[in-house]
Write a protein that binds this ligand. Structure first.
Ligand SMILES: NC(=O)c1ccc[n+]([C@@H]2O[C@H](COP(=O)([O-])OP(=O)(O)OC[C@H]3O[C@@H](n4cnc5c(N)ncnc54)[C@H](O)[C@@H]3O)[C@@H](O)[C@H]2O)c1
Length: 323
């Protein structure tokens, strides 16, 4: 099976590419290289790997990328609320127009599977602060980023549910952990980096909840869906993570302080973050047998170990964040 990974040079994509190669798949990564292609240098030598530079908004690029492809993991996007706010036109064109273009061209080319990386940000703010949202809960997107993800999910799961191409939306938890394209603008990695390098972290709105999942486990979920029987995943949506890994920001920094010595934490009262959700992940566990292999404390140790060596010479550099 030949798998196209759009956004294959990104934080999650570069991990997914390696997992697919390790399982014997042929892989083509397709990416516009907004953050460079360093994350893929070593895999270029793998005979089962191919890289194609291109843009999901350009039909001619997509056409070439689809040659000989059986399945797609669609990760390319303008990622995160701040990036989508800052580059709103590019976000609309990439996350909506580009996704629709890719889907329609893939369907016409006879591709069999389409896995879309959506986000738990779609839940926005929980109506009941004591409850856990599930896949059928109301979606409350509070940013352009989440609005575009919700819009494309609806396209896949409602408008295109009877397409000959089987599609699945995965609502990823917030990611952490090591990747060849590591990002330090995501909560667990950022708090650990700030604590390790500056010894200080300011926490705005420690009460806000979010689920977290290691990048290795998110990538494993994509592989699992590609390998699951069609009847279990067709026109279906799964939260990706585990219910035990919901943390509020105060809990995340406590985990960081258990690992990184002498950290000063300044708590700032804030009701500014409109995203506040605790997510239940029973569906992916019960229906597909998904379980995680790493937890937030593991991720904190992993990032701290990496930074302590000094091998990342400037973890505040532009290339490690999306804006
Ligand atoms: N990181 C998270 O916490 C998180 C959480 C939920 C969902 N997701 C989703 O997972 C996917 C991957 O996220 P990530 O963290 O790896 O982000 P990333 O920014 O590291 O990777 C995205 C990749 O897409 C590429 N890209 C952007 N525009 C493109 C275009 N027009 N054509 C081709 N390539 C383009 C970029 O060059 C980049 O390599 C995204 O769809 C994101 O919305 C991420």
């Amino acid at each position: 099976m030949k798998v196209l990974v759009t956004g294959g040079a990104g934080y999650i994509g570069s991990v997914l590419v390696r997992q697919l190669l390790a399982k014997g798949y042929q892989v083509r990564a397709f990416d516009s290289l907004k953050f460079g292609g360093d994350a893929l240098y070593d895999v270029m030598l793998n005979p089962n790997f191919e890289f194609m530079k291109g843009d999901v908004r350009i039909a001619a690029d997509v056409d070439k990328a689809l040659e000989g492809i059986d399945a797609i993991a669609h990760l390319a996007a303008i990622v995160g609320d701040p990036a989508c706010k800052k580059f709103s036109e590019e976000a609309n064109e990439t996350n909506w127009d580009g996704s629709v273009l890719l889907f329609n061209m893939a369907e016409a080319a006879g591709v069999k599977r389409f896995v879309f990386s959506s986000t738990c940000s779609n839940y926005g703010k929980m109506p009941d602060p004591d409850s856990f949202v599930v896949e059928t809960s109301e979606l409350n997107p509070v940013s352009l980023y989440a609005e575009l993800k919700v819009k494309f999910e609806k396209y896949l799961l409602e408008d295109k549910k009877d397409s000959p191409m089987c599609s699945t939306a995965l609502r990823f938890s917030t990611v952490y952990g090591f990747s060849p394209r590591i990002r330090f603008d995501l909560t667990v990695n950022e708090f650990t980096r700030n604590a390790a390098i500056h010894g200080v972290q300011e926490i705005w709105g420690q009460q806000f909840w979010r689920p977290y999942c290691h990048v290795d486990d998110l990538a494993r979920a994509v592989v699992l869906v590609l390998e699951s029987p069609e009847e279990k995943v067709r026109a279906n949506v799964f939260n990706v993570g585990t219910t035990e890994e919901n943390y509020n920001k105060g809990m995340v920094i406590k985990e960081v302080c258990k690992v990184v010595p002498n950290v000063t934490v300044n708590y700032v009262d804030s009701s500014e973050d409109p995203r506040d959700y605790r997510v239940n992940f029973d569906k992916i566990k019960n229906e597909l047998g998904f379980t995680i292999t790493k937890t937030v404390p593991d991720g904190v140790r992993e990032i701290y170990t990496l930074l302590k060596t000094g091998i990342v010479t400037d973890s505040f550099a532009q290339k490690f964040r999306n804006i």
